[in-house]
Design a protein around this ligand. Structure first.
Ligand code: M6R
Length: 366
């Protein structure tokens, strides 16, 4: 049942090209005209009418929501607020008929996320879900649903469920942007063209990570890790840190790279490996200088980048080059090395990768 893989988590990481092809199936027509989200249940007029979008979730799904905010604000130009379900549900959130609340949940059964959905609906807002499990409670109670079609995820640490959520957000942002006329034909066409190459780019990214176990060995004795990213890669830094904590029990923190000088920089010494996600977008140079600040204080830098420039080699202890794709889709690719890094650390430490201590696959109690 593990298909020859040692753990479900590894199998699920390698399933991502297929899982994402399934998320996309039937939703991007060949003529590149528009995105089709069959179960969304919202008309163009409704999509135009929203003044505010809430994205509400827990854990890894909340990280997907943080990326979703970038995508929706960029492509659909509507203000987005991201909230953790256990906060949203108890703070009397300002929701009305002009608010669209989107609940993100792999299992569709997370108690706090389900309660957040009920809270939003109780305030007359529209609420739709991004879910993996068909007919789950959250999917059933929402006004509409975008299924991620990742297939069953057995490993407690979410991997393919996360990257398919990112893809669902891209589709939704395109659909919203189209309805709200904030997206030109040209931009839509170029993102759709990039989406079509995504499964094969993921395959190439997996191939680029074949030496990840050796990288993990270099830092096998480390007790703490820092993960840094900016912009749409900041949530990926958070996710990289969460993966490492969950399955290897190594303490890790994710930070927006620009926040480093406001505190975490005090932690940096030669015992602290820092994983930096540096993609070629408008923040590349800034991330790069954050990396130099870490190096100047003796920190060990592992950089994950789509920049093929050899000049990078002398600037970090380990450079992991991955393929490049449209910036909106880069978070899908950068997630993969971080999943594999956490996986190999956990295996080296001999933990129970698929069933880490104290964690359950779906958290149905508050
Ligand atoms: O099923 P959900 O997406 O609602 O689950 C939310 C979190 O419990 C989940 O993402 C958790 O953080 C995972 N263990 C992450 O790997």
């Amino acid at each position: 049942e593990k298909g020859g893989y040692r753990h479900f988590m590894l199998k699920e990481i390698y399933e991502q090209p297929r899982a994402i092809a399934d998320t996309l199936a039937g939703r991007i027509p060949d003529d590149q005209a528009d995105v089709v989200l069959e179960g969304l249940g919202l008309s163009d007029a409704e999509l135009q009418s929203f003044r505010k979008v809430f994205l509400v979730a827990c854990g890894t799904s909340w990280h997907a929501a943080l990326v979703g905010k970038f995508l929706i604000e960029k492509l659909a130009r509507v203000p987005v607020e991201v909230d953790i379900a256990s906060e949203f549900r108890y703070r009397d959130p300002i929701v009305d008929e002009g608010t669209l609340t989107i609940l993100i949940s792999q299992s569709g059964e997370t108690a706090d996320t389900l309660a957040a959905l009920r809270e939003a609906k109780g305030k007359q807002g529209k609420a739709v879900a991004i879910c993996n499990v068909v007919d789950s409670s959250i999917a059933r109670e929402s006004d509409g649903v975008i299924y991620t079609h990742a297939g069953p995820e057995i490993g407690v640490a979410s991997t393919k469920a996360f990257t398919t959520q990112l893809v669902a957000f891209i589709l939704l942002a395109l659909r919203l942007g189209r309805a709200r006329k904030s997206l030109t034909d040209e931009r839509l066409g170029s993102i759709i063209a990039a989406l079509k190459t995504l499964p094969s780019k993921i395959q190439d990214t997996l191939a680029a990570c074949e030496h990840m176990e050796e990288i993990a060995r270099i830092y096998a004795q480390a007790t703490d890790f820092l993960f840094l990213g900016r912009g749409n890669q900041y949530p990926i830094a958070l996710e990289g840190a969460l993966k490492l904590k969950e399955i290897s029990y190594i303490h890790a923190e994710g930070y927006p790279a620009g926040e480093m000088k406001h505190g975490p920089i005090a932690l940096i010494d030669d015992q602290l490996p820092v994983v930096v996600v540096a993609t070629q977008n408008e923040s590349f140079e800034k991330v790069f200088s954050n990396m130099e600040e870490v190096r100047a204080r003796g920190g060990q830098v592992v950089v994950i980048t789509d920049c093929a420039d050899d000049g990078l080699k002398g600037k970090a202890d380990v450079v992991l080059p991955i393929p490049s794709i449209a910036d909106e889709l880069m978070p899908v690719l950068t997630s993969i090395p971080l999943q594999l890094l956490a996986y190999h650390f956990a295996v080296l430490r001999g933990t129970d990768v698929d069933q880490p201590r104290n964690l359950a696959k779906s958290v149905t109690v508050e």
